[in-house]
Design a binder for this molecule. Sequence first.
Ligand code: PMP
Length: 435
Amino acid sequence: MAHVFPRHTTGNLPLAVRGQGAYLYDSNGKSYLDGSGGAAVSCLGHSDPDVIAAIRSQLDRLDFAHTGFLTSESAESLADKLVAHAPAGIDRVYLVSGGSEAVEAALKLARQYMLEIGQPERTRFIARRQSYHGNTLGALGTGGNLWRRAPFDPVMVSASHIAPCYEYRDRQEGESQESYGQRVANELEAEILRLGPETVIGFLAEPVVGATAGAVPAVKGYFRRIREICDTYGVLLILDEVMCGMGRTGTFFACEQDEVAPDIVTIAKGLGAGYQPIGAMLCSDVIYRAIETGSGFFQHGHTYLGHPVACAAANAVVTRLTEGGLTDRSAEMGGYLMQALTAEFGDHPHVGDIRGRGMFRALEFVADRETKMPFEPELKLAARLKAAAMENGLICYPMSGTIDGQRGDHVLLAPPFICTRDQIDELVTKLSISL
Ligand code: PMP
């Protein structure tokens, strides 16, 4: 009997024994093209020699130093690198061990900031219906994914939710992208006014919605209007780039393309690139100073935060993404992936939308292209596509609940940036056969 508690308790999973480049291998010698990088994690592919060398060298020098007592060279140099590429005004880095932890830290920092500046009545968060921010109680409570939240609702922090920016389904005929972006962003203002501006801490959103909806970017101007609204009402803008950050969309931070700078931003997944569990919450100096000159103590922390070995791996990853040109490669190969998907599925009767940025792409499935009617949930399209793809040696990330957390299906594709054109062709062919 296997004693590992698997997420899905029914069915046996293949036993992974090796990873190399864009492929994973199981104990039967079968190879799987890692078409979703796990879940948008493996941006460098598997067995990258630079990252492995960095981990080994760090282990030879220093394994662990608790950040309550000491900082480390690898943590300091990682923070310097991240700030060098961060959105304007962001210059403090709080290192954690994953995405949910980064979001928890962001929520707690935002609340504590309001206390430090004498606005204790600010207790609420606003997020979007199409969103996933993690599985811990705070992060889950802000996410908009209904079926994930439902069993835990009575014991969570609870955010209120506005509409996402979802052009494929919501932009009306004759409405320009610009005015659609303004219209949907204005929902934030309406919600702040409904709750009372003096009660709102922050607005949390993914610049490009990942798991719940499948690589949905905002239209031009949407986030600029969101920023204006946040500034008008003293609400913090918190961007969750756990999935879409770290070069995934073709720029180091996804929000660069939306021309917006947040007050707080979270990253994880691609930061450790699968080599180490690590995440980070970055914030503006204004927020940091409020804590520094106030209570002098951020009321949050975990034992393993800023782990030297995880930071050493992340340093090597960030160097590859920036100086090594892999973020630019994500933009370039992502363009090729989009072309290949369009060539294969552009006329498919059940593919309604092909979208995304960089190496972060998705297909949205529909029963009918004209009406954009989703498939019935009973069809279990996502689960069946996942199984068929595994059978065909492809790991991709199909999900249901695209539209309102209840209906709709998509498949998210997030291959390693090192993929060649041949491997991208292989991904598209295997996806097509599996469909
Ligand atoms: N935020 C977003 C946008 C995510 O996609 C995820 C993970 N899918 C998380 C937070 C949570 O990250 P983790 O699974 O590392 O806790």
